[in-house]
Design a protein around this ligand. Sequence first.
Ligand SMILES: *Cc1c(COP(=O)(O)O)cnc(C)c1O
Length: 382
Amino acid sequence: MIYLDNNATTRIDPRVLETMMPFLTDNFANAASTHAFGVGASEAVKTARQQLADLIGAQTHEIVFTSGATEAINLAIKGVAEQYQAKGKHIVTLQTEHSAVLDVCKHLETKGFEVSYLPVQPNGLLDLDLLKNTLRKDTVLVSMMAVNNEIGVVQPLKEIGRLTREVGALFMTDGTQAVGKMPLNVDELGIDLMPMSAHKFYGPKGVGALFVRQRRPNRVKLEALLHGGGHEGGKRSGTLNVTGIVGMGRAAELAQKQLQSDAERVGKLRDTLENELLQISGTRINGNRENRLYNVTNVLFEGCDSDALIMGLENIAVSNGSACTSASIDPSHVLMALGMTETEAFSCIRFSLGRFNTADEIPQVVEAVKKVVGELRAMSGG
Ligand SMILES: *Cc1c(COP(=O)(O)O)cnc(C)c1O
């Protein structure tokens, strides 16, 4: 089995698992309990909060732990919408956002909010002039992802942050594919809110966090989604997932240490894979190749149906579109936003690499893809 679907989820790093284990057994206490066991758990959460805050240049009181990025996205967008609706009801986002963001925005449209879904350029990047012309006095939130999960393009976050602050709106960036894989400093980039997820950077599933800026003069106020008990500064009630949080903290610490070495090693594997795949006729890379994260390549194979390709690749895990919309039979909304036809969008495969891929896997993947593409084209008489 060769796993090239790291943008859907990653394997837990063994070092993360090791840190988590005691909290599944002997250290089972509730972090809110005041006895010594509870204090031990709350100390472990404190360490994790520091590790995550350090990774993104935040303060510990700006981290709210959640059940994942989807919840953090809901908390951020709905929380801001409800809190700031007297100021305005206009939200700006991108057509290529993750479905969690798009679906929350669609929900808010039924509640009287107006949402501008900005198109991207054919290379997947936002046109900053378009954003500038869309921002208004009643814009309360700009939500634009850091790294796209399907094509890996990195949006111009610093410029988006600056333009957003100029009109007095808040800037949220979905950091789920970026955190732990590239340097990301919330102050340098002018980010006010950032959802994250542990399972996208070698931590466990079911735990995530939201960065919420708390330092004046840009202190963000949020209406909570979950009430009861007042955990996480009243922003997210519910007994803390201590095991998951400890794992997320450890994953953040490891990511910070290995950011550079992971990028260099995995980036080389991706480049080799991409260059080899481009040797196959009728292939092209989707999305801007310069402003792109090192671990992903999204390739169009002319005349090949991506579902058939995925089936044919048998022991190699790759994907078409996002795992989060895989129940849908529509073409990828991200690829369609690049201006592709449906047939083109249905001919694309995402290869997303990670920390545990090895150099010897690449030629095996290239061979397998060549074989299956050849077979599919022969069948369709191409
Ligand atoms: C995976 C992903 C999410 C959802 O994260 P969960 O923690 O699984 O809810 C949101 N946004 C992006 C960009 C993602 O890749």
